[in-house]
Design a protein around this ligand. Structure first.
Ligand code: PGA
Length: 253
């Protein structure tokens, strides 16, 4: 299966011209679409200029609200994002859980709304701290609550991003990326939970990706040994050369 590489620009860059320029530069170095799927998720105010600049890559949003329209000041609905040609929406990123108080319950409402509106959801789960080698049960709980009430038919548009918070490059005191071996164990754990909820084969329709200090030098190992279907890339996605190399290595898998 084609690997999936997501560029999460977070709240960068600072101006629309720079965002469009970055998107154009990324476009120039992308391999053909049939070899790798690339999603670029810029800040919401730049969805339009970035979306216009993208050809091979598809457009992603970093968040969405659960209602279609209504009295929700400052929010944007999946339906509204569709008009901007958004195809993927990141939901429940740890930075939103930490800084904006997002809970497993609000994440669940958002996942329902995103999938219900025909978009693909990138559900972020991951522990803040790891003691020992095991993936903490909290990760399974995050997944179970996020998927409550989601019909099996919608799983084909679900991507689960295992993103241990301590491995994210901008986390204070980060100890660097997780290991491919541990990412593989996270994958098995996620598969087990999805199978428990939806039946034995259901996990096959869900893509599981890794995020947290992904670089060109480690992406191959996460995809190969970690058996990951792709990567969620933060800081390195703002560096055209580094991101280009990550995508090239993903396409070579
Ligand atoms: P990072 O961020 O690649 O800079 O660690 C990943 C993320 O937070 O999505």
């Amino acid at each position: 299966m084609r690997k999936l590489v997501i560029a999460n620009w977070k709240m960068n860059p600072d101006a629309p011209g720079r965002a469009a320029a970055l998107a154009r530069k990324i476009e120039r170095i992308l391999p053909p679409r049939r070899r790798v799927e690339v999603v670029v998720a810029p800040p919401a105010p730049f969805l339009l200029p970035v979306g216009t600049a993208l050809k091979n890559a598809v457009l992603g949003a970093q968040d969405a609200f659960w209602a279609d329209t209504g009295p929700y000041t400052g929010e944007t609905s999946p339906q509204q994002l569709r008009y901007l040609k958004v195809e993927y929406v990141i939901v429940g990123h740890s930075e939103r859980r930490i800084h904006l108080g997002e809970t497993d319950e609000t994440v669940n409402k958002k996942i329902r709304a995103v999938l219900g509106n025909g978009l693909s959801a990138i559900l972020c789960i991951g522990e803040r701290e790891r003691v020992g080698a095991d993936i903490p049960p909290l990760v399974g709980d995050q997944l179970k609550v996020a998927l409550a009430g989601i019909k099996k038919e919608l799983l084909k548009r679900l991507v689960v991003a295992y993103e241990p918070v301590w491995a994210i490059s901008t986390t204070a005191g980060t100890s660097g990326p997780d290991t491919p071996d541990s990412a593989f164990r996270a994958r098995l754990y996620i598969e087990k939970i999805i199978s428990g909820l939806y039946g034995r084969q259901a996990y096959k329709s869900v893509r599981v990706i890794y995020g947290g200090s992904v670089r060109a030098e480690n992406v191959g190992a996460f995809l190969r040994e970690g058996k990951m279907d792709g990567a969620l890339v933060g800081s390195a996605s703002l560096d055209v050369k580094e991101f280009g190399e990550i995508v090239r290595r993903a396409a070579a898998q």
